[in-house]
Design a protein around this ligand. Structure first.
Ligand code: AMP
Ligand code: ZN
Length: 463
């Protein structure tokens, strides 16, 4: 029997055995989704890929996963200190489209990339703007319970009411308050945060709603507390996001839910660590960033990026380089060809039990995908019967998600102009006109094609 699933829980800072709260084996999973004011970059997708693998590992262990992901389409401000403007309104100015239009456009783009990276779709994908009533009700309840106060620009959460505020991030709240040199404005404590923001007086926002406190919009954190409760209940199994969410966003989600429901939302808190580019965090706000489309434009299969992410453990940062992506693309290509050659035979065979056990031991050890990949390579190159090797790899791919069961090599279409050059060169060779044949070979090379001469025939290959 392989060891049971263990996951590293950032709340307790321990590796804990995972057991679902529901005896029926359904797992509640909430993952913070994209803020749709711009395209998602491949850093964001590193986190979404880790969450996808987590889901697949849960399924591998026989659980059914109810996965809820939110779409942040309002209220995420450019500064975590509740100042700055709404990212959606900023995106609207940048693109010349309405906030509603860009929300739709970037949500669609996100979902395209989800498909390209072979991410299993969420069971429930929910927009913040579709859940304004739930958020208002949540804030009203916090107010009734005495956790909220009013300033001239909004309703704020009073973090001093919770002795364990900041536990997830191990925040030194006293130190933060004491060491605070910048003006708090009307906020009572440095860690207090907005639950509801008022529309600025005399200004009409594109996204605003009536509320018991006046016209305005929800603070960013409240959407996740409200939607998680609606779809997963007061206490569910696992909550995920990127490491940047630990000190502010997730800390504040926990504060709100603890104040309203008396729970810390989720039994496990897991975080994906950053993708770096030139040793700095890849961030949308930093301007230049790589999208899945940028990889396609450079001739990469998006699944090569998926493979690359499998080679690094989710709990460490990963530096993106083109060399690393090249290596991943090559490895993926070899794995695809290797499995394809075994596929037909595999249909009639079962996976090797010893390899399955070793694989399960690796993925159940806090999703050790780099080691699980090593087991896969060993299986592929090993000396078991081909049918068994094929069946084993196809089983592993339920977790890898590399689409090995259906992959076919792309059929190379030779452009007509290249074909014409090749025909002319073959004719020159037949006429022993070597100078002309060499000249035409040069032209083919310049067009990116290589001609391999056989006896009475030739083949064209991309360089
Ligand atoms: P956002 O669209 O900014 O709300 O982010 C979507 C997800 O990507 C969140 O879970 C973030 O924590 C995560 N994220 C943001 N930047 C990175 C990065 N450079 N590497 C990995 N994950 C990231
Ligand atoms: Zn969230």
């Amino acid at each position: 029997m392989p060891p049971p699933l263990h996951l590293y829980d950032n709340f307790t800072r321990t590796l804990r055995r995972f057991e679902p709260l529901d005896a029926g084996g359904q797992v509640g999973l909430y993952t913070c989704g994209p803020t749709v004011y711009d395209y998602q970059h491949i850093g964001n997708f590193r986190t979404f890929l880790f969450e996808d693998v987590l889901k697949r590992v849960l399924e591998w262990n026989g659980y059914r996963v109810r996965h809820v992901m939110n779409i942040t389409d309002v209220g995420h401000l450019t500064s975590d200190a509740d100042t700055g403007e709404d990212k959606m309104e900023k995106g609207s100015r940048r693109t010349g489209r309405t906030a509603w239009e860009i929300a739709r456009m970037y949500t669609d783009a996100f979902l395209d990339d989800v498909r390209r990276l072979n991410l299993e779709p969420a069971t429930i994908l929910c927009r913040a703007t579709d859940h304004i009533a739930e958020q208002i009700e949540f804030v009203a309840d916090l107010e009734r319970k005495g956790f909220a106060y009013r300033t001239s620009d909004g309703i704020y959460f009073d973090t001093s009411r919770q002795p364990d505020y900041g536990r997830l991030a191990r925040l030194d709240v006293c130190g933060l308050d004491a060491g605070r040199r910048v003006d708090l404005g009307e906020k009572r404590h440095a860690t207090d945060f907005a639950l509801w923001k008022f529309s600025p007086p005399g200004e009409q926002r594109q996204m605003e709603w009536e509320s018991p406190w006046g016209k305005g919009f929800p603070g960013w954190h409240i959407e996740c507390s409200a939607m998680a409760q609606k779809y997963l209940g007061d206490f569910f199994d696992i909550h995920c996001g990127g490491e940047d969410h630990i000190p502010v966003h997730h800390t504040n989600e926990i504060a709100q839910t603890e104040a309203r429901c008396g729970t810390r939302l989720a039994n496990f808190w897991l975080h994906g660590y950053f993708l770096l580019s030139n040793d700095a965090r890849m961030a949308k706000s930093a301007g230049e960033f790589l999208r899945v489309q940028s990889l396609i434009d450079r001739g990469y299969d998006p699944l090569a990026y998926r493979y690359l992410c499998l080679t690094a453990h989710y709990r460490g940062q990963m530096n993106f380089t083109w060399d690393a992506l090249d290596a991943a693309a090559t490895a993926l290509d070899r794995m695809r060809h290797g499995v394809r050659a075994l596929r037909e035979a595999a249909a009639a065979a079962a996976p090797d039990p010893a390899l399955l056990e070793r694989f399960t031991a690796e993925i159940n050890d806090d999703l050790n995908l780099p080691r699980a990949l090593a087991v896969a390579w060993e299986a592929l190159r090993g000396d078991l019967p081909p049918a068994v090797r094929g069946a084993t790899l196809l089983a592993f791919d339920r977790v890898f998600g590399l689409g090995l069961a259906a992959w076919e090599p792309a059929v190379e279409v030779v452009p007509a102009a290249v074909d014409a050059l090749a025909v002319a060169r073959a004719a020159a060779r037949a006429a022993k006109n070597w100078g002309e044949a060499d000249r035409l070979r040069g032209e083919l090379l310049a067009a990116g094609w290589e001609m391999e001469d056989g006896a009475g025939s030739y083949a064209l290959k991309r360089r």
